[in-house]
Ligand binder design. Structure first.
Ligand SMILES: Cc1ncc(COP(=O)(O)O)c(C=O)c1O
Length: 466
């Protein structure tokens, strides 16, 4: 077993020596050493309990006993690749298919969200015979080379945009070009995609796919206007491309009303490919890509085998099945609706009280709080957001920020997050905001305390959220 009694400073020193500094820590000014997790709580080496408001990977709760037991029992019997017949993989595909529209009936199993999106890209290119991709601004779809290329969140800080990538504006009705006062923002934003497609076609480019998170989370917990994705799908399909719904952060009941976030678009809306990751395995590395028979057949027609050493192994599938079981037996989707509504309502009350809160939006346990410096321009309150998150951490509450201005507080806790937890976070948020307002009135600067000699890298913008 790895040592868990080492002093925090020693661990930090070892990490600095042995790991790349591009693997960032949360709270670099004073990182937290976590040695245990249970439900919605994390515990540090001194036994202090932190409320986890950000881990959407520990979907049904950290170290859920049913999931841990399922992995353990399967590990005792067999773990091998998917080239032998085994019931777990077919049972799991069957159970996932029950959650999806019937057209999405072929499943590929992988180890990470990035792998799922990379395979989606391969399938889309194979099916359409086209190469190009349309993505939303500020999106992140994974860390593989192919996905950095379609992630403006990353490539804007790197070599720039490839000629086969086309970026459409984020359908953000709070800060984007078409806002809450626009008569038809869904159509206006979808027309932007249409325009992006036409411009690409004028240059002789051909569109293979449109990739988007069903609710853009990395870009700041955005709720696209209803009808937007259906219209985008029409434009993309007319150009011969496929619609890929990235459900890696937002799937598996998180949004409360539906099991999948793309279902917010209505019963008739069916993406051509859906990618799943993170929450699917509650921390175990599992991922999945679901698609139609037609798309899969085009991929099969190459005659080239799809082999993934770990993807779909009996242990991963046992874990995936256990996550689905827990979601059902603990009714966590309905729970997300109830707790999420409560949290949204109470955060909205805070908006009425604190002018720094410009917008509160979300559904289920997917919630964003947009912090602004001024009401007219809605300038992102980046430093204030960072300060707030650091003060919450001092109060043993873990929250993160996201969005291009890193000013959106992102709530995406394990699904067992309770009404009491929500009440507690809102009360602390209220206290800290009141205190911040006091400080601003008395002209004190908001500064995060950095231990002497420690570098401040909190200005870095491309901290990939989890
Ligand atoms: C929306 C989205 N897609 C894809 C990925 C990539 O998943 P992974 O880190 O499991 O490769 C992430 C990870 O943060 C993500 O947020």
């Amino acid at each position: 077993m790895a040592a868990d009694t080492r002093a925090k400073a020693v661990t930090l020193d070892l990490r600095r020596r042995l790991l790349s500094s591009s693997c960032r820590l949360f709270f670099p000014e004073d990182p937290v050493k976590i040695i245990r997790g249970q439900g919605q709580y994390l515990y540090d080496e001194q036994g202090r309990e932190y409320l986890d408001c950000i881990n959407n990977v520990a979907h049904v709760g950290h170290c859920h006993p049913t999931v841990v037991q399922a992995a353990h029992e399967q590990n005792l019997v067999l773990n091998t690749n998917s080239r032998y017949l085994h019931d777990n993989i077919v049972d799991y595909a069957q159970r996932l298919s029950e959650t999806l529209p019937e057209q999405l009936s072929v499943f590929y199993f992988l180890n990470s969200g990035s792998e799922a999106n990379d395979l989606a890209l391969r399938l889309a290119r194979q099916y359409t015979g086209h190469q190009d991709v349309v993505v939303l601004d500020h999106a992140y779809h994974g860390h593989l080379s192919s996905l950095i290329d379609i992630s403006p969140y990353k490539f804007r800080n790197l070599g720039g945009q490839k000629e086969w990538v086309h970026v459409a504006p984020l359908p953000d009705t709070y800060r984007g070009p078409y806002r809450e006062d626009h008569p038809n923002p869904a159509e206006a934003y979808a027309n932007e995609v249409k325009h992006v497609i036409s411009s690409a076609q004028e240059k002789g480019r051909k569109i293979a796919a449109f990739f988007a998170e069903s609710l853009p989370s990395v870009s700041g917990q955005i709720i696209p206007p209803a009808g937007y994705f259906s219209q985008v799908a029409e434009h993309i399909r007319r150009a011969g491309g496929l619609f890929v719904a990235d459900e890696i952060q937002v799937g598996f009941g998180r949004i409360g009303k539906h099991f999948w976030a793309f279902q917010l678009e209505g019963e008739d809306f069916v993406p051509d490919i859906v990618t799943m990751g993170k929450s699917i395995g509650n921390g175990h590395p599992v991922a999945c890509m679901a698609t139609t028979q037609a798309v899969s057949r085009a991929f099969e027609a190459t005659g080239v085998e799809y082999f993934n050493t770990f993807g779909g192994n009996p242990v991963s599938c046992a874990v995936g099945l256990a996550v689905l079981d827990v979601l059902k037996t603990e009714q966590l989707q309905a729970h997300a609706t109830n707790v999420g509504s409560f949290l949204l309502e109470h955060l909205s009350q805070q908006k009425a009280k604190h002018p720094i809160i410009g917008d509160v939006r979300g559904t289920g346990l997917f919630i964003g709080v947009d912090l602004i410096k001024d009401e007219t321009l809605r300038t992102p309150a980046t430093e204030e957001a960072e300060y707030l998150v650091s003060r919450l951490k001092e109060n043993y509450i873990l929250l993160s920020t996201d969005g291009p201005g890193r000013n959106i507080l992102k709530f995406k806790p394990p699904m067992c997050f309770s009404v009491d937890n929500a009440q507690h976070v809102v009360a602390k948020l209220d206290d800290i905001l009141t205190d911040m307002e006091e400080k601003v009135r008395s002209c004190e600067t908001l500064r995060i305390k950095h231990p002497p000699g420690q570098q401040d890298d909190t200005h870095l913008t491309d901290k990939t959220s989890v």
